[in-house]
Design a protein around this ligand. Structure first.
Ligand code: ADP
Ligand code: G6P
Length: 483
């Protein structure tokens, strides 16, 4: 019987080895948190990296890691320290990530890292081939594995291969800068269906295919080596019910059942009467516009001083890719900015920004989402942004306001949010004021529409639409012969 296989660089869980003890943690990031429920509901396997360095592991630890992962229906792809440096921190996160997010000044092109990228994609291909048969459905995810569809298709011509990009696909003028552009595009074209979050990303991809590979494109189909490849947009949803129900349960909790954080947040509301909470949650990534957001909040406090002591920004940043220099610099810059603004505005009773640099368990995320009057999601560039959707799903009383950057893919489906250009501080600051002053009726009417849409197009629907489309591809068409 054919099976479904998910492949991504990051597995839904990460393994940490401390003093010979294994601990399993959930991975952070939209791909892992979103796909997790799709994987949990199905009976397929997920192939990816455990987060560990392979040569650290004794034979016994290796077996234990494999066992722990098997429980989660996961199979590891072992990475060496060189792979982590050159493929993961290097090519994936110093070349592709900044380029695809329009941060060209951060993008470096190193041949040795490109070679490592190819080598690790081949490593993934080997694990996929060892764990699959021709005819299985293979769904490959994200920018770390752009060469993988072609490598797998070569040996699994009768498998349906899907590829989904979780980050933006940049315009042709940006993509053309990339030195190995033909190879990347050909790598992706090993898939039968290529999916993006938005129509704009799809359009940019088709334009690159036409202009760089000079292939025939008919509407959203590409003719390549006698194969027809379908390209489409599938905006990723969230596990709506999980967030909605968790929040509902919180609201019904008795005092004894409340988490410490929930109690703290409630005390805050009671003690500082009239003080409103604005929440932001991201991985600490330069694409998320964190320094920009802090500066815009300062601009707001200067422009509307009547809000001093009346509003607080709770900012969660989860550590990410901290060995990449730009992320280290961003950490320093964020620490300094928070310190400067808190130093400038704090009073005996009030600190304008509460900043947390760590991961939070699901429980606490729900506490924060449900306690915040406003969510401030203002990336400079973001493929989708699931945090915006999670906030909406937790607002069981249909109150709360979402301020969302137009640079996030999510803004295409969330028109009822206050949509801003995060580079325009005037607009940014006015949006905060508008959110804080919005009437309950207006909050409710915006929230209702947003919730209805997110509930209908949840992550399950997203995955099933992708799979349905994939199963309808390459009917009656020739495929590349296996070598
Ligand atoms: P990205 O994929 O770029 O990280 P998304 O907004 O799409 O951005 O997804 C982020 C995911 O990570 C969300 O599901 C969110 O709940 C989770 N997350 C973000 N910050 C934290 C945190 N501090 N603790 C735990 N989970 C977090
Ligand atoms: C984004 C990317 C994912 C990645 C995640 C976390 O969501 O699209 O592919 O897994 O960030 O980043 P990390 O580098 O820790 O895997």
């Amino acid at each position: 019987m054919s099976k479904n296989i998910i492949v991504s660089n990051r597995l839904p869980v990460q393994i940490v080895l401390e003093n010979e003890k294994l601990a399993v943690f959930p991975s952070v990031g939209g791909l892992a948190t979103g796909m997790k429920s799709v994987h949990a509901d199905g009976d397929g396997i997920w192939i990816g990296w455990s987060g560990l360095e392979e040569t650290q592991l004794t034979q016994k630890n290796k077996e234990n890691v494999e066992k722990a992962l098997l429980k989660e229906k996961c199979i590891p792809v072992p990475l060496t320290q060189d792979n982590i440096d050159d493929f993961y921190l290097g090519f994936s996160n110093k070349t592709l990530w900044p380029l695809f997010h329009y941060f060209t000044e951060y993008t470096s092109f190193e041949n040795s890292q490109w070679l490592s990228y190819k080598e690790v994609n081949e490593k993934f291909a080997k694990v996929v081939l060892d764990n699959s048969e021709d005819g299985d459905t293979i769904w490959i995810h994200d920018y770390q594995l752009l060469l993988l569809p072609e490598l797998v298709k070569e040996h699994r011509p009768n498998s349906k291969i899907g590829f989904f990009l979780h980050i933006p696909y940049p315009s042709f003028e940006i993509f053309r800068i990339f030195p190995w552009r033909e190879q990347l595009l050909k790598g992706m074209l090993g898939a039968d269906l290529i999916g993006f979050h938005t129509y704009d990303y799809e359009r940019h991809f088709l334009s690159s295919v036409k202009r760089i590979l000079r292939l025939e494109v008919n509407f959203n189909q590409i003719i390549y080596d006698d194969r027809v490849i379908k390209v489409d947009s599938f905006p990723m949803g969230i596990d709506y019910d999980k967030f909605y129900n968790a929040s509902k349960l919180k609201n019904e909790n008795t005092q004894a059942e409340k988490s410490d954080l929930q109690i703290r947040l409630e005390e805050h509301h009671k003690s500082a009467s009239g003080t409103k909470l604005i929440l932001s949650i991201d991985r600490l990534d330069y694409t998320k516009g964190i320094p920009n957001r802090i500066k815009a909040f300062e601009y707001f406090l200067n422009q509307y001083p009547e809000y001093k002591e009346k509003v607080r920004l709770i900012m969660l940043a989860v550590p990410s890719r901290s060995n990449v220099p730009q992320y280290k610099r961003l950490k320093r810059e964020t620490d300094e900015l928070v310190g400067r603004i808190n130093g400038k505005f704090s009073t005996v009773n009030w600190t304008p920004i509460w900043y947390f640099y760590r991961s939070f368990p699901f429980e606490n995320l729900i506490d924060l989402y449900t306690s915040s009057d406003v969510a401030l999601i203002t990336p400079l560039r973001d493929g989708m942004n699931l945090v915006a959707k999670e906030y909406v799903a937790t607002r069981t009383n249909q109150d709360g306001v979402l301020i969302l950057s137009e640079m996030a893919g999510a803004s295409k489906e969330m028109n009822e949010a206050i949509i801003i250009n995060p580079n325009n501080f005037e607009q940014f600051s006015n949006a905060i004021k508008q959110a804080l002053e919005m009437s309950e009726e207006e909050q409710n009417s915006r929230m209702k529409i947003l919730q209805k849409r997110l509930k209908r197009y949840n992550v399950e629907k997203w995955a099933s639409e992708f799979m349905k489309s994939l199963s309808n591809t390459n009917k009656n068409q020739k495929t590349v012969q296996a070598t």
